[in-house]
Design a protein around this ligand. Structure first.
Ligand SMILES: NC(=O)c1ccc[n+]([C@@H]2O[C@H](COP(=O)([O-])OP(=O)(O)OC[C@H]3O[C@@H](n4cnc5c(N)ncnc54)[C@H](O)[C@@H]3O)[C@@H](O)[C@H]2O)c1
Length: 340
């Protein structure tokens, strides 16, 4: 019989509540605890995820429940300390929300902490489980686009909200190659004090080792996507090859045109429940040892480094080679260079 994995979730905000609910609905998991220091949120979330034991202290929850999985869904400033709590509690896997961090040094530290003790981790880049993302991936992998030349991703949401999704999907469509260098430009201080501190707009180029060029734009000056009404769905990923192209629109399906099959299109829309349920199902398979999770920590770190390299490139007016080496904290660099 398949193993049932126990899960403790920290955060009963929008994302924590969703994770807790999806874990509670999948019979490969048993939700053994839900924690939030905000009791009102905690009580409101409980009925949606099967009334698990409730906690207001994460350490207490982990000590009492000894879960296999610690899932935490908190704002980006709260990462390393919570990651350490999970390691100290002896969990097998940590599932955290994107972004991995706000800066490259902490992201690397988190990755190294996990490596040292052999804890797996996944980061919630779950959009790629959507039917439209998967349809385009299937066309890319079929070879019908010929040699892939570029992957262009643009989103309206601001940088630390959307860039780690975008870098992850650009790299995924490119075939998960190593990135050789990143070049970037940034604009606007308006979001620097947000809890996802970001430039208002960022654009850049990524050169992958397999020859694919990544192109990215996120934030206020990114192109409109008239096919989607909702601002967080105004994003697109376009894969261009020598034999055709294929693209997804975050809120409005996919389309493709290839020499072999002509014009094609299909539905699909970013959906927290559908995409999240698939992301969570793969956590059990990774723990079973039958499938590496597509949102695993190693791939996440590579996408995150691409995002931080873009900021450094903009701050230092140079192309930044990857993998990243130690350097100025990217948030400090933004504060230093963005004009008032
Ligand atoms: N993957 C996605 O598609 C997606 C979508 C939206 C947001 N996110 C990410 O999810 C993360 C969380 O977003 P959110 O909107 O759920 O945030 P939120 O602020 O609404 O919720 C966080 C909750 O954590 C609780 N909390 C924080 N620290 C705690 C602690 N030490 N002990 C107990 N409780 C604590 C807070 O009280 C709050 O209720 C962010 O990093 C965000 O970028 C991901």
């Amino acid at each position: 019989m398949a193993t049932t994995y126990t899960v403790a979730v920290l955060g009963a905000g929008k994302r924590g509540k969703m994770h807790a609910k999806l874990f509670s609905q999948n019979d490969r998991f048993r939700l053994v605890g839900l924690c939030d220091m905000n009791e009102e949120r905690l009580q409101a979330a409980a009925p949606e995820c099967g009334h698990p034991p409730l906690y207001t202290d994460a350490q207490k929850m982990l000590a009492e429940t000894q879960p296999d999985i610690f899932c935490f869904c908190t704002p980006p400033a709260l990462r390393k300390g919570l990651f350490q709590l999970g390691i100290d509690a002896g969990v097998k896997l940590i599932a955290l929300e994107k972004p991995l961090s706000t800066n490259s040094a902490e992201a690397q530290e988190i990755f190294d902490m996990a490596e040292k003790v052999g804890v797996k981790f996944v980061v919630s880049h779950q959009q790629k489980y959507g039917d439209h993302y998967q349809a385009v991936k299937k066309i890319v992998d079929s070879g019908k686009l010929g040699r892939i030349q570029s992957v262009y991703g643009h989103t309206w949401g601001w940088y630390l909200h959307m860039v780690t999704h975008a870098m992850d999907y650009i790299r995924w469509y490119a075939g998960n190659p190593e990135a050789e260098w990143v070049s970037g430009t940034v604009h606007g201080r308006g979001k620097l004090d947000d809890n996802h501190p970001s430039p208002e707009y960022a654009g850049g180029f990524i050169q992958f080792a397999n020859g694919v060029r990544g192109i990215i734009e996120t934030g206020a000056l990114s192109p409109d996507v008239p096919e989607s009404e909702y601002e967080w769905h105004k994003g697109r990923f376009v894969v261009q090859g020598t034999e055709g192209f294929a693209e997804i629109i975050i809120g409005a399906g996919w389309r493709a045109c290839t020499k072999a099959d002509g014009y094609q299109e299909g539905p699909g829309c970013f959906d927290y429940e559908i995409d999240g349920a698939r992301y969570i199902a793969d956590i059990a398979l990774w723990l079973d040892g039958t499938k590496v999770h597509p949102c695993n920590g190693a791939d996440t770190l590579k996408g995150f480094q691409m995002a931080m390299a873009l900021l450094r490139s903009a701050a230092e007016n140079r192309i930044v080679p990857l993998p990243l080496t130690a350097g100025e904290n990217e948030q400090d660099a933004l504060r230093r260079v963005l004009p008032d």
